[in-house]
Design a protein around this ligand. Structure first.
Ligand code: NAD
Length: 510
């Protein structure tokens, strides 16, 4: 590609970014973990993996750190998160660029991910003065009953490649103000951005001054290193983000040792386009939700139910957008769809498209875009798949830019199909009809953790609780009262009388 010659090699630029972000060279050269950039497919680093013994030691250190950190007043803990937010602001351009080069996101999405980290830090700083408990009515005279929220312990975080840095911050910012220490196992596909975040966090810790050693741990490696976190009884809470397959392995292990699990797993998100929808707005919302991040967001729009009366006005226009959208190197101005993360993602996409053709679907796009980077870079034209019925590969999550479209004529049918998949993460309805909108948001409507009106299913703000139901795992992170998952609740009853009345009128005279 002639345009690509205007850029530094990805490996060179990554090395420069890591140096500026404060990551020592020894951490990403000469190690066992090979890192490829999806932008060109070239090998860009060899990261030193954490051994199982080192992982256990880091958890032990975090456990000791927790014992000190839990007694630091919460607003003071918030000061560390405030400093983290400042350091992230200073590093935003470099870290965002590193996200682009390591995960393949277009620059505005790379920068947006870092902005999300800054936002959650701001949220958590405020929260550090609002970790409130209730005072409850007691049935006994001269008694008081209240709830107290206490720090929980080491919070483990396992994260996926597609939000390589934001997911850590959603957990870490809250866990830190809640008085927990944090040990993070990022995706083996994106260890460089994790190293950079760790270096940024070390600067915040240094400015803070007296945080206990080992408060923030980082474990690099494959799933076996994640398993160390899952199995260690010193980790009472684990937030695990990734595929439903991963959750099926991790969830039962955590349950067996009664650890708390925040599971943020796969999505198979849908939107319903009703007869009254503002079609221009709907088209733009669908384009971003379905093609943004090359279809590799947990909240990516994957299924679209379009009413008969607007199908012909919307779907041909959508097919045109799919045909014209700029697919390419995310460093190029104008690119909206960057690369898939790797060959497995490409193969999974082609398999789903093949199955769709076998059941008589009309497939627009989906082919490989050649000529960008090496043979190990996988660019595809996003696929729009018109299905005859809601069946086949549409029922599962394929982590690639495929949007399945199905016609409907009765809203009841569309809602039934909407809910007829394993995942329950995010959902939308496009309508100007208040009855349809309220129906969709009601207990008889969308069964997802996120349900929107006239907004696509992806691109949530941090102020709300984030997560989904069913095979998405049931966890909630980020805003609202998600912080409660990172603390333990004690109910306290205090008797300030001279009598000893027992609850429920029980008598026990000695
Ligand atoms: P993945 O499941 O392959 O890996 C995710 C992480 O889990 C990695 O760090 C991996 O090493 C670790 N892991 C896998 N198996 C493990 C095990 N048995 N024990 C311990 N750790 C284990 O997922 P991925 O390909 O990186 O990411 C894509 C998937 O993540 C998609 O399904 C997507 O929907 C989902 N996702 C969900 C959310 C959400 O918030 N719900 C957010 C981002 C991504």
């Amino acid at each position: 590609m002639p345009e690509a010659q205007a850029f530094l090699s990805v490996a060179t630029e990554i090395a420069q970014l890591l140096q500026r972000l404060g990551v020592p060279g020894a951490a990403h050269t000469g190690g066992e973990l090979t890192v490829r950039s999806p932008v060109t497919g070239e090998v860009v680093a060899q990261v030193r993996q954490t051994t199982a013994a080192e992982a256990a030691a880091a958890i032990g250190q975090a456990h000791e750190a927790f014992k000190a950190w839990r007694s630091v007043p919460a607003p003071r803990r918030g000061e560390l998160v405030r400093l983290l937010g400042e350091e992230l602001r200073a590093a935003k351009a470099d870290l965002g660029r590193l996200v682009t080069l390591e995960a393949g996101k277009i620059p505005s999405e790379g920068a947006g991910e870092v902005q999300e980290m800054i936002d959650i830090c701001d949220f958590a700083v405020g929260l550090s003065r609002q970790l409130y408990g209730l005072t409850l009515a007691t049935e006994r005279a001269e008694h008081r009953m209240m709830e107290t929220w206490h720090p929980l312990g080491v919070c483990g975080v396992i994260s996926a490649f597609n939000f390589p840095v934001a997911v850590w911050s959603w957990n870490a910012a809250l866990a830190l103000v809640c008085g927990d220490s944090v040990v993070w196992k990022p995706s083996e596909k994106t260890p460089l951005t994790a190293l950079a975040v760790h270096a940024i966090a070390q600067r915040a810790l240094a400015r803070f001054g007296d945080a206990p050693e080992g408060l923030l741990g980082l474990l690099l490696g494959q799933r076996d290193i994640g398993e160390v976190l899952v199995d260690d009884h010193r980790v009472p809470i684990l937030s695990a983000t990734g595929s439903t397959a991963m959750g099926r392995q991790v969830g039962p292990k955590l349950a067996a040792r009664f650890a708390r699990a925040i599971l943020e797993l796969g999505g198979n998100n849908a939107a319903i386009v009703t007869p009254s929808a503002d079609l221009d707005l709907t088209l733009r919302a669908i384009a971003f939700s379905a093609m943004g991040t090359a279809g590799q967001r947990c909240t990516t729009l994957r299924r679209l139910f379009v009413h008969d009366s607007v199908y012909d006005a919307l779907v041909p226009k959508l097919a045109k957008v799919y045909g014209n959208v700029q697919v390419g190197d995310p460093r190029e101005a104008g690119t909206l769809v960057g690369p898939l993360i790797d060959r497995a993602a490409f193969d999974g996409m082609q398999k789903a498209l093949g199955e769709s053709r076998e059941i008589g679907a009309t497939v627009h796009g989906g082919q490989r875009v050649e000529g960008i980077g090496t043979k190990d870079a996988f660019y595809v034209r996003p696929a729009l798949v018109e299905l005859k019925s809601h069946d086949g590969p549409v029922l599962r999550e394929t982590f690639a830019p495929i949007l399945y479209v199905v016609r409907y004529s009765a809203l009841d049918d569309a809602i039934e199909w909407h809910n007829a998949v394993g995942a329950g993460l995010s959902s939308s309805i496009f309508t100007l009809n208040v009855r349809e909108a309220e129906r969709f948001l009601s207990s008889a409507g969308s069964d997802c953790g996120i349900a929107n009106v006239n907004i696509g299913p992806s691109g949530a703000e941090i102020g709300g609780a984030f997560g989904g139901e069913k095979e998405t795992g049931g966890g909630r992170e980020a805003g609202s009262d998600s912080w409660k998952a990172y603390m333990r609740r004690a109910t306290n009853t205090i008797n300030y009388s001279t009598a000893l009345p027992l609850a429920q009128g029980v008598t026990f005279e000695i």
